[in-house]
Write a protein that binds this ligand. Structure first.
Ligand code: GLU
Length: 280
């Protein structure tokens, strides 16, 4: 397999969006019955996918070129291709952490792929395929910071995270001596960290490493991950046929997963295995 033969996605678009990796082969005659979401996708010929666009390496929009890149964007593009939708028929919608369940429940998006942890609370409102990646909550501080070395050093500190996220909830519940600060998106927390109005940013280490790698002179990740965050593909609750289809795609697609990982998050040199899908 060379990874560049066969049908390629879209007429004019040259690659999968992350520096030259091959496009995904777009499936034809997809057999997926009993999925209201797929019926909608099929009749419109397009898919709407909720993403992040300020998280380098995961879900990022280059404002100058209009190009989206990152691990989540590639996973989303792969799933769309398996559902028979080429990249130029994907409508990406930036949706912040706090609005994901509502966006899926309202039918504003067909799928959500954006550092979305599978939790029991969220499972009451949406379904998840996956997990397709596992990370954990970490800490980002100014490079010159010598006082915060781990989550044990947060007492009296201003700690920033996104509204509606698992890390801000963890800070509120388990770090009563820290002062939580919230914004809708993580890049605003990073701006606050750089200007000195907060002491740390906390969210998944995978996200923080992306911010740190964009500004290594001023930012650093400290400590070890102190929670387990399993990323799922969010989908409308009750669409079991679609969830099963996506889970099977992930399970059967280890080679593709590895290629996506290597071309995005894996560029830092860290090697991880694809997690086992949990068919709950
Ligand atoms: N994975 C965590 C969550 O789903 C943090 C990242 C995010 O907010 O997207 O809440």
């Amino acid at each position: 397999m060379t990874g560049c033969g066969g049908d390629t996605a879209g007429g004019g678009s040259s690659d999968g969006g992350n520096g030259g990796d091959a496009p995904f082969e777009v499936a034809k005659d997809v057999a997926l019955t009993g999925s209201p979401t797929f019926d909608k996708i099929k009749s419109s010929g397009a898919i709407r996918i909720g993403v992040k666009e300020d998280q380098p390496g995961l879900g990022y929009l280059d404002a100058a070129t209009g190009e989206r890149s990152g691990f989540d964007i590639e996973i989303a593009t792969w799933m769309a291709a398996k559902l028979g939708v080429a990249k130029d028929k994907i409508e990406f919608k930036a949706i912040p952490s706090a609005n994901r369940e509502t966006a899926l429940a309202n039918g504003d998006v067909d799928l959500y792929v954006g550092t979305y942890s599978i939790t029991d609370k969220r499972k009451k409102l949406v379904d998840f395929a996956g997990p397709y990646f596992i990370t954990g909550q970490g800490l980002l501080v100014q490079k010159s910071n010598e006082t915060i070395k781990s989550e044990k050093d947060l007492a009296g500190k201003k700690v920033c995270s996104a509204t509606g996220s698992t890390p801000i909830q963890n800070i509120r519940e388990n770090f009563p001596k820290a002062t939580p600060v919230e914004f809708d998106i993580y890049s605003k927390c990073v701006d606050a960290l750089k200007s000195g109005s907060v002491d740390a940013v906390t969210t998944d280490q995978a996200i923080l490493l992306g911010f740190a790698s964009q500004d290594p002179d001023n930012l650093k990740v400290v400590g070890e991950p102190f929670t387990v965050e399993k990323y799922g593909i969010g989908l409308p609750k009750g669409d079991t046929a679609l969830r099963t289809f996506l889970n099977e795609t992930l399970t059967d697609g280890n080679a593709t997963w590895t290629k996506i990982y290597d071309s995005t998050l894996g560029k830092s040199g860290t090697k991880v295995e694809q997690p086992k899908v949990d068919q709950y």
